[in-house]
Structures are given as C-alpha cells and as structure tokens.
Write a protein of this length. Structure first.
Lengths: 289, 320
C-alpha cells in the first residue's frame, strides 16, 4: 500500500466515524421527533380528547369557582400583592390539574400501547430505553402545555388576567411541572398491566393529589382545618408544582417549589426507567414488555 | 468616570420617569399618620398625630397638611416635610370631614353632633362663622370655581348649597337616604352625591340644583345591604368617576359622560375614602377593616397592590 493509499484509508475511517456520529444523532432526533409528532398528531386528531381536556378545568372555573366565588375577596398571599377573587386563585391549580390529567392520560396510553403491542415496536428501537421514555415524556408535556395556553386564553376573556410577562415566564415552569407529573404517570404505568386497573390510579393518585394540595385552597386555610392535611398538602409534589406555576405566572421565581419539583421529577423518572427495564423492573414480575 | 456620569444620568431619567409622590393616611385607631411610598408600594413610616385622626387635606402649595383629630376637637396643621405640628385651627366639636377652598385660605368643617358647618379663616386661624345645617352633616366639598360649598346631612337626607361670598345657605336639595360624600366635576357643573343607605350615586346639576340621574350599584355575588357608597372622586377631564362601595370591598369605575358603571375593582375590606395621584395615573383607597390602602393603576384599571398601613385607615391625601 502506498502512502497515498494509506492516507485515503485513514481519511475514510475518520469520515466514517464522523458520519456515524452524525447518523447516530440524527437517529436520536428522528426517534424523538417521531414520538413527539405521534403524540401531537394523536392529540390534534382526537378532537374529543382536546375538548374534554379543556372542558374539565373550565367546568371547575366557571361552575365550581363561581359557586365558591368569595365575592368579598381572598386575603393577600404571595405572589399576589392585593386581594383576589377565588377564580384568580384557583387558575394555577387548574393549570396543574390539566398537566396532572395529561400525565395520567399519557400513562393510560402507555398501558394501551402495551396491550395493543405497539409499545413492543417502540421498545425494540435500537436506542436507549431512557431516551425513548424521555421522548415520550416530552411529547406528553408538549401536549399539556398546548392545553394550558388554550385554557389561559379562555381565562383571559373571563377576566382572569396575569401580567403579560407572566405568560412567558410560566412556560419553563410548565415544562418542569409537566415533566414531573408526566414522569409520575410513566412510573405508574410501569405498575399497571391492564387498562381496567387504571380506575385505581384515579382513586388513589389523581384525586388525593389534587384535593390535598394548594390547587383549591391556600395552605393557611388548610392549616385552619387540620394540621395533618396541612403537612400532606405542603409535601405533596403537586402542591409545589402548582406553586411554581402560580409564582411564574406573576413573574416571580419560587425557589423552594422549583427545587422540590425538579427533585420529584428526577426521582419519578429514575424510578420509571427502572420500572421499564425488562431485566430489573416491574416488567419482570408482570412478564410484559 | 464617564460611566459614573452616565449611571447618574440614567438614574435621574429613570427616577424622573416614575413621578414620585407621598401618600398620607390617617389611622383612626392608631392615632397616627401613615406615610406611604406608592411607587415602591411600602409603608415608609408612621407618626403619632393626635386623638382619632380622620379627615385630611393638603394645602394647594403642598406644604401643609390639615388633619382633623376628632377627639381633640381641633384641626391640626402639619408641616408636610417634617411632619411636625405647626398650628391648630378651631374646628368646633368632633370634626370629621372638612373641605379646603381652591385658594387654600378657607376651611369648611362639618360638626356632626351640633348640625353645624364651621367656616375657618386659615391665615387668621379663627372660625369666622357657624352655619346651621341639617341633622348630622357629614360630606362637604367646595366647587372648583369657589362659588359653592355643599354640605350633606346624613339624617335630613339633604344637601345644603352655601354661597361662599355670604356663607349663607341659598338652597337645599333632597337626596337619597344617608348622603355621605360629595364631589364636583372640574368644570363645577355637576355635583356627585353618594347615598350610603340607598346604595346609589346621584348626579345633580349645579345650575338648577336638581337631580340629573341616579345610578344604582350592583355587585355580582354581594347582597344589596352591603352596597354602601361612600367616598367619590372625579378625574380632571370628567371622563371617569370612582366610588368607594364600603363593605362590598369594591371601587366602582363610572363613565362620567354616560354614567354607566364600567367596572368594579376589588380592594381591601370596607373601602372608605379615595384620592388621586397628582398626575391622576393612580388612585388610592383607604380600606378601614383590612388596615391597608389599595393602589389602583388607572391606565390599566387594575388594583396593583395593597399596602398594610395600620389600624383603621380613614382619610388619604397625596403630596407630589
């Protein structure tokens, strides 16, 4: 082999290593985009899902909150700097509700996918399992953020208006809270084998999380009724996600809520990844994919 | 060096952009005067002022504050900078509300228990006349053209038109039960009167002294008995008027041309009196039961902040 030939082979090797790196990244991107696109397409084409995702918080806003209107105003609690109506207080809680239900909906679709066999196709994709789960999570969070912004637009016309910059600052908060609640959904879906078992998630996860939180009532109000409830609400990750959203919507950063939500996300996600590991997780016990 | 100069210049521009003003609030139960920085939205300080301070006004040159200390039966003159007492005016018994004329040399005081209006000559610091009016006079105001002083008698349900030249009542107008506060439009053509018991605002024509229109307030979710209009102010362009609705915890925003209620703004508990910022970009309300004042941004028509000031905030005056 001449020197020239040796150099050509060397260059070809370098080129192929670079290409393979590019191809690999492209692979990841394609897989992630495919998962996100599938989720978005599903959401857009399932009009009933879109409408029901909006109707739920709107019924709470227009009916429940109107019934408990507290027409004379609620006492000032941060981040609010003056008296507010109950509808204003409950709005960040309902945003959290949208994301909570969306997270659980994603978990439901994971169980459905497993039953229908489409998850097998996803999981045999030659990419790390954690990446596929994270992509799935991002897709679900993206959908929930879309739902939240549509809800906020409707709320705006109902005279529930946050400062304009709040609509921008709430986006990263929604991303983190959506990821955390989605990761919780993923974790739960790794435990559930059949679709029928999902009712248990409603009874034992969604309702307690929602009602034992700051979504519907401020902590000081909960404290007045029960110290135990107060502590449960305080340490409920959903409460912290709601507070993160509430503060961000008013252009403020709640450090404690941020750290709490971030840690909860990492814990739930790690547990979900273990849960979906065929050699270690719940799958072994259940004998599923 | 250049950076420092630029920094100072920018600071000056920024400071100038937000016109600083000082809000003074009388605290009926604390016997004090609260000083609020409304731009920062904080209570700067609180100083002892005398027994049961209620009515407050600032002189046209913004140098002196007049504060009715009801249980001391006097109106105190306070230096608006040092907040030191510099004099007293003989107000008669139990002064609560009073009005300053545009020139700042006459003060008209309602003496509720004696059914009198006391006219005080400020430079001479003496009462020059006492005018017999209806039972329990409360609200009082002077027209911007300085032709009229109008006093409202709570129990007689009447407003009394007093000629400022003669200090005599020239006409009385029957109004809805328990009239509380009064305000003239800037052109002195209309007089707005709030009725606490009827829950209404009456617009009177100054020329004929007759009623033009009665506006009834209704707040969603609040029972009618809680709708008790008290303080009223009208902006200098007569575009909008604002009425404090007492226990509804609301300030009503009215279109001063069509007399339609445009909005109800949620403020603190039992909103009592109102005052504009000098540029009329903000409105301040004293909230008697929640012990705070609310700051209303008039450009966005939103309540931006409520600032705790002390017990039973009553009157409010603003110094540029």
């Amino acid at each position: 082999m001449t020197n020239r030939q040796e150099m050509d082979v060397h260059s070809l090797k370098e080129l192929s290593a670079g290409q393979s790196c590019m191809v690999s990244l492209l692979h990841y991107w394609r897989a992630m985009w495919g998962i996100i696109w599938r989720e978005l397409w599903r959401f857009v084409t399932q009009r009933e899902r879109f409408i029901s995702a909006l109707v739920r918080p709107l019924v709470w806003l227009f009916v429940f909150a109107a019934g408990f209107r507290a027409a004379l105003g609620l006492a000032i609690t941060p981040p609010y700097e003056t008296y507010i109506l109950y509808e204003v207080y409950i709005t960040p809680g309902l945003i959290g509700m949208i994301q909570l239900f969306n997270g659980m909906q994603s978990s439901l679709s994971m169980v459905y996918d497993r039953e229908m066999g489409s998850m097998r196709i996803l999981m045999v994709c030659p990419l790390p399992r954690w990446f596929l789960l994270l992509s799935k999570l991002l897709a679900g969070t993206g959908v929930s953020i879309l739902q939240v912004y549509v809800f906020l637009v409707i709320a705006w016309f109902y005279d529930i208006q946050a400062p304009l910059q709040g609509y921008f600052w709430v986006l990263p908060a929604l991303l983190l809270s959506g990821l955390m609640l989605g990761a919780l959904g993923l974790l739960l879906s790794s435990f559930i084998k059949q679709l029928e078992n999902f009712a248990g998630v409603m009874n034992f996860v969604i309702f307690p999380m929602f009602f034992m939180s700051t979504a519907l009532y401020p902590l000081w109000k909960v404290k007045e009724s029960s110290a135990l409830l107060y502590h449960l609400a305080q340490y409920n990750p959903f409460s912290q996600a709601v507070e993160l959203i509430r503060f961000a919507l008013y252009g403020q950063f709640n450090q404690l809520a941020f750290i709490y939500t971030l840690v909860a996300f990492v814990v739930f996600m790690a547990a979900a990844i273990v849960g979906y590991n065929p050699s270690k997780g719940m799958m072994v016990r259940k004998g599923g994919t | 060096m250049n950076k420092n100069v630029l920094g100072l210049f920018l600071m000056g521009v920024l400071n100038g952009a937000v016109q600083a003003e000082t809000v003074f609030v009388t605290l009926e139960k604390d016997n004090a005067l609260a000083v609020v920085d409304p731009i920062a939205g904080t209570l700067s300080k609180s100083v002892d002022i005398g027994q049961r301070p209620r009515g407050i006004a600032i002189s046209p040159d913004n140098k002196l504050l007049y504060v009715a200390t009801s249980d001391e039966n006097t109106i105190k003159i306070i230096d608006a900078e040092s907040l030191k007492e510099v004099g007293k005016l003989p107000s008669g018994k139990d002064p609560e509300t009073f009005a300053l004329n545009p020139a700042g040399d006459r003060l008209y005081v309602s003496n509720e228990d004696d059914s009198l209006v006391t006219v005080i000559d400020i430079p001479g610091k003496k009462a020059i006349k006492q005018i017999k009016v209806g039972v329990e006079p409360e609200g009082i105001t002077v027209s911007p053209d300085n032709l009229w002083v109008v006093s409202a008698s709570e129990t007689t349900n009447m407003v009394h038109w007093i000629d400022t030249l003669t200090n005599e009542i020239v006409e009385n107008t029957l109004v809805d039960p328990r009239p509380r506060a009064l305000a003239f439009t800037a052109d002195s053509r209309q007089l707005w009167v709030t009725s606490e018991m009827a829950g209404t605002l009456m617009i009177l024509d100054v020329k004929t002294k007759q009623l033009i229109k009665t506006i009834k307030f209704e707040v969603q979710g609040v029972t009618r008995d809680k709708i008790q209009p008290v303080g009223v102010v009208i902006d200098k362009d007569s575009k909008r008027g604002y009425v404090a609705l007492g226990p509804t915890n609301r300030v009503a925003v009215l279109n001063a041309q069509t007399f339609e209620v445009e909005k109800y703004l949620l403020v603190g508990q039992r909103v009592w009196n109102l005052a504009f910022s000098p540029d009329q970009h903000r409105l301040y309300s004293t909230n008697g039961l929640s012990n705070d004042i609310s700051i209303i941004d008039l450009e966005t028509q939103t309540v931006t902040k409520s600032v705790a000031v002390g017990t039973y905030p009553w009157g409010v005056a603003v110094k540029p």
